[in-house]
Design a binder for this molecule. Sequence first.
Ligand SMILES: Nc1ncnc2c1ncn2[C@@H]1O[C@H](COP(=O)(O)OP(=O)(O)OP(=O)(O)O)[C@@H](O)[C@H]1O
Ligand SMILES: [Mg+2]
Length: 531
Amino acid sequence: MVFFDKKSSATTVLKKTYKILLVDDEKDIHSLSKIVLNNFTYKNKNLEILNAYSGKEAKKILADTKDIVLILLDVVMESDDAGLLVVKYLREELKNDFTQVILRTGVAGKLAQMEVLHNYGINDYKEKTNFNTLSLRTSVLTAIRSYENLKALDEKNEKISKLNLRLANLLSNFDENVLSCQINEEREIIAVSKCFCILAALKQEELKKDIFQILKKKDQEEGFYKKIKTIDKEKNTFIFEQENIRKDASVFYIKWKISAKFDDKNVFLYYLCLCEDITNKKEVEIANDEIHRKNIILSQQSKKSAMGEMIGNIAHQWRQPLNNVSLLIHYLRDNCLNLNHKEIEENVDNCKIQLSYMSKTIDDFSDFLKPTKKKSSFSFKDVFLKVFNITSFKYDKKDITVIQNIDDIRMNSYENELIQALINLLNNAIDALREIKGKRFIFVDVIKKEKKIIIKIKDNAKGIKKEVLNRVFEAYFTTKGEKDGIGIGLYMTQEVIENKLQGNITVVNESYTYEDKNYTGALFTITLPLS
Ligand SMILES: Nc1ncnc2c1ncn2[C@@H]1O[C@H](COP(=O)(O)OP(=O)(O)OP(=O)(O)O)[C@@H](O)[C@H]1O
Ligand SMILES: [Mg+2]
């Protein structure tokens, strides 16, 4: 809470005055002037008269006192030119051009009037003898007005120079940071920012030609000026992106924003182009397109190799039933005459069973090649059943033991993609195990930890060479011969795990003990979010 002291609320108003310095070695002139100027007011302000009796005293007062409006100045005092030296001091040393100076001398004609006024910045000249009340008061009034006008002018000048400075800063900022240019109807650049020249790697002189002949790519359609006509009519802004080429053949992209400018009589002035450097954005777009294109190719290749594998699988699965069908047909041919109708029916039914098994095999295998558009709920036990079924023909004859430790976990995700990713890992393990002698193992672990599912697939094929361990997820990286691998298995696996299933995959070489024996192998760990 604030308490106000009644006494302190009284305010003292300091009345402003016009300061006048009276310099004369004759005391009478001081008293006379005081009488003549008594009661002088202007704009509600009185005069404050300061007195100096020599040139030296006047200089001291001038040095110590601000805002002296007028000096009424005697010339001859301690020396013949003491008064003139005061003016010199005022103008040259104190650099004060505002204070008005009126010379008053009794020695008429001794100083040539104009010369004195001109050389010493003196504003007026009065002879002492010719100095009457009205004349002195009028001179003081004129001096005050001149002083005030000069001050006001100075303030304005200061404001203008501050504004000029700000404007200059703004322009230089604009010049250095804004890509802009102005184009006339003859396609010449009439103004261009420094920033634009730097981007285009051109000197300002070079830009005085048709900007599009310099910058645009040669094979580009030059619809620019045709399009500009629309701006003329509709006075709207025209925006387009353009690929440009510098002298050194490097490419940069600009987004132009062009508007036509007219004067107040609707006469066309120039086209104002404000541009944006979109090179980075474009490069990212181009890189993304390239990645997208590459991924399409890779996914097609990956599909082809999966299809090749699928045909291998089908061939493997069909071998037995085909054999059975063939045996049945031979049996029927050899015994057709001895068989009764029922027996023939039985054998045909047997054939049908084998054939329908074969047809189901095709459906099963082709199913997993179709990308899943919608998520579905599946169990990891089922997923691995399918994975082992599809890859079984590969390890059947290679004495590979699969040791599974799969928790009964369900997940809602893209099942077919996950199956493909896991098949790639198992195929790699099988390929690597083919190279070693002795017992061959693949360990598969699936566990739930916090809100994540962790899948670990490990073999005992001695692991991946250290030098290439950090390259195995690169597209087309393979250590296998051309016939055996193209190097997209792990790339696609990572792509699916990270981008489609929002998980991640890592690989390390791990040394471990199993049934009292030491082994080393590649360990792939997939982490998938449960939600
Ligand atoms: N379990 C593993 N043990 C040892 N090396 C492995 C294993 N898995 C992958 N690699 C190494 O990583 C490389 C890349 O594997 P990736 O599956 O991407 O391609 P690939 O198997 O060579 O060819 P493909 O495109 O037919 O799958 C392999 O060539 C192999 O050198
Ligand atoms: Mg592979």
